[in-house]
Design a protein around this ligand. Structure first.
Ligand code: G1P
Length: 296
């Protein structure tokens, strides 16, 4: 299958859909953007932004909604705080705070209607200007030696085309994800032949699920603009990629790393424990709590 768009150019732009209301995490998300919940000492969203920057994508667009202003504030310069820390000569803290706003160029666009992930991506069309771009769903937080977005970009640079992150999930969970049908080549790379969003257990073509990282072709935009309504009554990115498959290659890789679904309480809690256990100062605290609990 030949791609109509030739590319070996690197991916430098990344889109973050962050307009979702976080209903799986109520009541805390009634007033706090789910992306701003802390993972140890930083908000969930900052892990995704760091991953994008580490992967060479320091141009970022966040597709936000009405309740998400705190995300913009977090990544903006905090003039009063920086001045105060400077005056007090708290240099280490000043550097830490200053780095947050300096780390990436972030633009914001509004998704004014909750029409789904596909629609959120479509809201970023003018930002992408005909280039391949990354998409990061920040609820999926990865702990990996090589940033998962970087793993995807490496495949894109070698082969061109669209690339998605895959994970084998238990069969009972297929209805929560986009699921692919694919052929695996000698290098372990999946050539995707079909995909379906949130299939039932008996119609799922495999148990390889798409996780929240994509390198997308700009050819996705006209397909999204067709406005087909799919699973859950939403415009689904998976449905547009399924149509993209007919004209351009779509690859999948089983990412190397560990994923935490921080859009759920269990995943968020597990991520906090995992990250604390890898921090030399916090590790003894976690182990002590577990030990005390065992001895009770
Ligand atoms: C979205 C995508 C789905 C993907 C999932 C990964 O679903 O539509 O294809 O498998 O993210 O987290 P959502 O979790 O928004 O329902």
């Amino acid at each position: 299958m030949a791609s109509s768009i030739s590319t070996s150019a690197s991916v430098t732009k990344c889109l973050f859909p962050v307009a979702g209301l976080g209903t799986r995490f109520l009541p805390v998300t009634k007033e706090i953007a789910k992306e701003m919940l802390p993972l140890v000492n930083r908000p969930i969203i900052s892990y995704g932004v760091e991953e994008a920057v580490e992967s060479g994508c320091s141009n970022i667009i966040m597709i936000t909604g009405r309740t998400k202003r705190s995300i913009e504030d977090y990544f903006d310069t905090s003039f009063e705080l920086e001045t105060l820390l400077k005056t007090r000569r708290q240099t280490e803290l000043y550097d830490k705070i200053q780095k947050i706003s300096a780390m990436a160029n972030i633009l914001y666009a509004r998704q004014s209607k909750p029409l789904g992930l596909g629609h959120a991506v479509l809201c970023g069309e003018s930002f992408c200007q005909g280039e391949f771009f990354g998409v990061i769903l920040p609820d999926d937080v990865f702990v990996a030696d090589v940033a998962v977005m970087k793993q995807l970009i490496a495949v894109h640079e070698e082969r061109g085309g669209t690339v998605v992150a895959l994970e084998e999930v238990p069969r009972g969970e297929v209805s929560r994800y986009g699921i692919v049908r694919s052929e695996i080549d000698g290098n372990g790379i999946h050539r995707i032949l079909d995909m379906v969003e949130k299939p039932s257990l008996d119609t799922a073509p495999s148990n390889y699920a798409i996780m929240g990282r994509y390198v997308l072709s700009p050819s996705i935009f006209p397909l999204l603009a067709e406005g087909h309504v799919g699973a859950g009554g939403e415009i689904q990115l998976t449905d547009a990629m399924k149509r993209l498959l007919k004209t351009e290659p779509v690859w999948g890789i089983v990412y190397k790393g560990k994923r935490f679904d921080c859009g759920t309480q269990k995943g968020w809690l597990a991520a906090n424990i995992e990250l604390a256990l890898t921090d030399p100062e916090l590790r003894p605290v976690v182990l002590q709590v577990v030990e005390d609990h065992r001895n009770r």
